[in-house]
Design a protein around this ligand. Sequence first.
Ligand code: AMP
Ligand code: ZN
Length: 462
Amino acid sequence: MADLYLYNTMSRQKMLFEPLDPTEVKLYTCGPTVYNYAHIGNLRTYVFEDILRRVLEWNGYPVKHVMNITDVGHLTSDADEGEDKMLKGAKREKKTVWDIAEKYTQAFLEDMDRLNLLMPHIKPKATDHIDTMIDQIKQLEANGLTYTAGGNVYFDTSKFADYGKLAQLDKQELQAGARIEVDPNKKNPHDFVLWFTKSKFEDQEMQWNSPWGKGYPGWHIECSAMSMKYLGKQMDIHCGGIDHIPVHHTNEIAQAEGATNLKPWVLYWMHGNFLVLGKDEKMAKSADNFLKLDVLIGKGYGPLDYRYFCLQAHYRKELVFSWYALDAAKTGLRRLREKVCNLGDTEGEIHQSRMEQFEKAINDDLNMPEALAEAWELLDDSDISDADKLATIKKFDTVLGLKLDEPIAFELPPQIEQWIVERNEARDNKDWGKADEIRDKIQASGKWIVKDGQSGTEVMPK
Ligand code: AMP
Ligand code: ZN
């Protein structure tokens, strides 16, 4: 098995991947909060996580992939402040929170499918696991890590020795309280809610009975509780976007390790950098810069054009979105598919040294820009037969996920259709001069190429 190196946010370096159990790699990716459509920024993170899973599978590791669906408890600020996101969605559309959750879960799964993202094996919904969360909070309480104030149950960060290690929040900062404090119940600025009973939202529809009174869970507890239910007390890899490092994942670690006393809970933490609109501008689900996949599709881009666009940047680098860059990605993908289409149908052998080069790129912390370059080089290599190229590119595509061998859909202008008919007639009549003349006419614009296939004249985009 080849060496796979992954960048671990915890150690701030690339590390050789050594799973807890090579027969089942345990992967947890933080899923969507289903109060609105995912924007293409969110989707960039899911593309990165999909590539990670495909690379693990390329390396021969069977993966058990869990992704949560957040349908309760997530406030607009990750740190227990602001409005409840689900309520916000329900008010906006005058529906129940349950309807909102159902609608946007389905929309999200459809986006996943369109982007050719592998489905997680388990997609637990937070509202189906309230008991699991209550059990973990009870465990934290038994371990002396909680307190109750103003009706809410809080995690006491001062009792958890290395709180903040993922984000490298130093003690000084923790004590000074770098954040603006708005909740007077908190003993320490970084403490966070495990269970709300005194809801700030009187119209909160989702409430459950608990040992601390009727209420609902804080956002962070769902991931530590549900991941342990399905993956056990330790896992190999946990992912999300970089915004999760200082609060959500930091709090997940405190909950998980605080409950089990087993460290480390997660062996490799991996985070995807942001998709931004302009200089340092974040993509948000607010009106004017809310780009969802449907907006791209409405403008004539395919979902896989966006996937290709994402693969052109390393996942740890910020990626700036522009229509110009998306156009370039669309053209790039189209050309790549045409090259594959022109290889014919016969599959030969996988080209070993090309495959090793590709593997070197993906195993170097998922270097997809390099991997894409390898795909182009393979197709342009005149020393390799078409049949071997086809076998090799199909293997590459198990990681790229670009459906490179699917037939390309394109429309021929009516004039070209007419010329094809005329040319086939000329060929049937063995009028080779006329057939050549029509071929030249079709190719004259530089947009089309003509081939003689089994069923006559074939025209493809150049
Ligand atoms: P949410 O549905 O808001 O919980 O976010 C889903 C995922 O998208 C999380 O892993 C976030 O870290 C990630 N995310 C949010 N905004 C962006 C962005 N602009 N670019 C990339 N990832 C993002
Ligand atoms: Zn999470």
